[in-house]
Ligand binder design. Structure first.
Ligand code: 5GP
Ligand code: ZN
Length: 112
C-alpha cells in the first residue's frame, strides 16, 4: 500500500512528531495553515472517516482526547479547531484518516 502516513508511522518517512501512543501518532503538518497545525492519526490504516465502524470507537475517542491534551500543551488557551476532511468534496488529499488540530491565531469562520 502506498500511503504517506503509514510511511510516517513506520518511520520510513521523516516527520516532526509531537505525541505517540500505542494506537495514535501526532506530528506537525508539512504545510501549516496556522501557527499550530498538527495531524493526529490512528496508527492502523483507516482510509477516512467514511470508513469508520464501531470497531474504531476506541481510537477515535483517543484522538479526541489527544487533541484536547495537545491543545493544552501547545498553549491554545483562546481556542482551537479539530477538522477531518472526507473525500473529494471534503478536500481529503491523503487517504489515511487524520484530524487537523489548528490554532494559535483567530481562525477563519468560513466552513464552506
Ligand atoms: P487533507 O487535505 O487530506 O485533509 O490533509 C492532508 C495534510 O497532510 C495536508 O495538510 C498536508 O500538508 C499534509 N501532508 C501531506 N504529506 C505530508 C508529509 O509527508 N508530512 C507531513 N508532516 N504532512 C503531510
Ligand atoms: Zn495509511
Amino acid at each position: 500500500m502506498d500511503c504517506v502516513f503509514c510511511g510516517i508511522i513506520s518511520g520510513d518517512i521523516p516527520s516532526n512528531k509531537v505525541y505517540e501512543s500505542e494506537n495514535v501518532l501526532a506530528f506537525r503538518d508539512i504545510n501549516p495553515m496556522a501557527p499550530v497545525h498538527i495531524l493526529i492519526v490512528p496508527k492502523k490504516h483507516i482510509s477516512g472517516a467514511d470508513a469508520l465502524d464501531e470497531g474504531n470507537v476506541g481510537v477515535v475517542s483517543e484522538i479526541m482526547l489527544t487533541a484536547r491534551m495537545l491543545a493544552e500543551k501547545e498553549g491554545l488557551k483562546d481556542g482551537w479547531r479539530l477538522v477531518t476532511n472526507v473525500g473529494e468534496h471534503g478536500g481529503q488529499t491523503v487517504k489515511h484518516l487524520h484530524f487537523h488540530l489548528l490554532g494559535g491565531k483567530k481562525l477563519s469562520v468560513e466552513l464552506a
